[in-house]
Design a protein around this ligand. Structure first.
Ligand SMILES: *Cc1c(COP(=O)(O)O)cnc(C)c1O
Length: 358
């Protein structure tokens, strides 16, 4: 374990979590085989368990969320197809233009609303009618919970309407559900209920679930066969991957039920931030484990991130959206209170500094 990090409150992301002792134990004892021969029992069990958990026929274990999203896009789109997705989506922002660069799939963006939804009329308008000059619409991708929208959770009603619209036009739906279990916890429904509104779902073991590596793509058996082929093509077919699948398996058993704790702490964090002058956030909008707040003038956003870091609180500069903080299993109630104290002290000193210069 890295002990140098023990006094640091790392709120940059839920990806920074380290495997639990139980995960390390499981990794040590994992039964393994050659996964490309379909012979790794731990990987096979994880794929089956994940599919069952989300009410789908099959699953494919992949190295990362990016690989999961890309292989799902490739499995459902031909070259020259369009992928409808939000202009604030992770796929558009943080995945190196993979669908276009690797798959020849062009992104057709629709504005992402503050609550993480895509306006259904705009989606309907973006779906192409057939014609030799038009790129066919291959897939619609939604994100749940929504990272850049501060962990916003898509409602079941919305998911239902989007699915009806998409399927009415013969277009499949992919859900970038990196944090689908956070969405489920926030709504008090099962992951399977949420996944039932998408044809394919990608979720991450390496975020709030705390596992060191890996994501899963789930969907019907035929689509997952294609995902498996594209995973290989992308260099993501592994061998004795049971050692990492074992940790992911523990994450499903031990980390899902505790996610409401992260949400409660994110809420407390948001309420504490709202009470600090010149920091803007509406705690009512914090639905899961992501908190985004905006420092108002004369505060300097990058200065705050740097001063927090200096004081042992790590945050993420989120550009025009503000500063992002993410709770996870290594963040305690005490950590939240200390982060708030540090933040409030940083802001106070900055405002005093401004007053002296004025
Ligand atoms: C983290 C994340 C991913 C995938 O990220 P990787 O770093 O490739 O595992 C995809 N979508 C969202 C919304 C994410 O937060």
């Amino acid at each position: 374990m890295t002990s140098d990090m023990n006094n640091v409150i790392d709120l940059r992301s839920d990806t920074v979590t380290r495997p639990t002792p139980e995960m390390r134990e499981a990794m040590m004892n994992a039964l393994v085989g050659d996964d490309q021969y379909g012979e790794d029992p731990t990987v096979n069990a994880l794929e089956e368990k994940s599919a069952r958990l989300l009410g789908k026929e099959a699953g494919v274990f992949v190295a990362s969320g990016t690989m999961g999203n890309l292989s799902a896009v490739l499995a459902q789109c031909d070259r020259g197809d369009e992928l409808i997705l939000g202009d604030a989506s992770h796929i558009l922002w943080y995945e190196s233009a993979a669908p276009a660069a690797v798959g020849g799939v062009s992104p057709r963006t629709v504005r992402t609303a503050a609550d993480g939804t895509l306006d259904l009329d705009e989606v309907a308008e973006a779906i192409r009618t057939p014609g030799p000059g038009y790129p066919p619409t291959g897939l619609i991708s939604i994100e749940n919970t929504h990272n850049r929208c501060g962990g916003a959770v898509l409602s079941i009603e919305y998911l239902q309407e989007l699915k009806t619209l998409a399927h009415g036009q013969g277009v499949p739906v992919h859900m970038d559900g990196a944090r689908i279990f956070n969405a489920a916890a926030a709504l008090g429904v099962s992951g399977a209920e949420i996944a039932s509104y998408a044809d394919t779902v990608q979720f991450c073991f390496s975020k709030g679930l705390g596992a060191p590596v890996g994501s899963m793509v789930v969907g019907d058996a035929g689509t997952m066969e294609r995902v498996r082929r594209y995973r290989k093509m992308l260099g993501g077919a592994m061998r004795q991957a049971g050692v990492i699948a074992a940790a992911a398996d523990v994450s499903l058993d031990t980390m899902i039920d505790r996610l409401p704790e992260d949400h409660r702490r994110a809420k407390r964090l948001a309420e504490g931030i709202a009470a600090i002058p010149t920091l803007t956030i509406d705690p009512a909008t914090v639905q899961s484990n992501i908190v985004v707040f905006k420092p108002e003038a004369p505060l300097d956003q990058l200065g705050i991130v740097a001063a927090l870091r200096e004081a042992g609180v790590l945050s993420n500069d989120f550009g025009r959206r503000g500063i992002r903080l993410v709770t996870h299993y290594e963040i305690t109630d005490e950590g939240i209170e200390r982060a708030l104290e540090v933040l409030s002290g940083v802001v106070e000193r900055m405002l005093q500094g401004q007053a002296i210069h004025a």
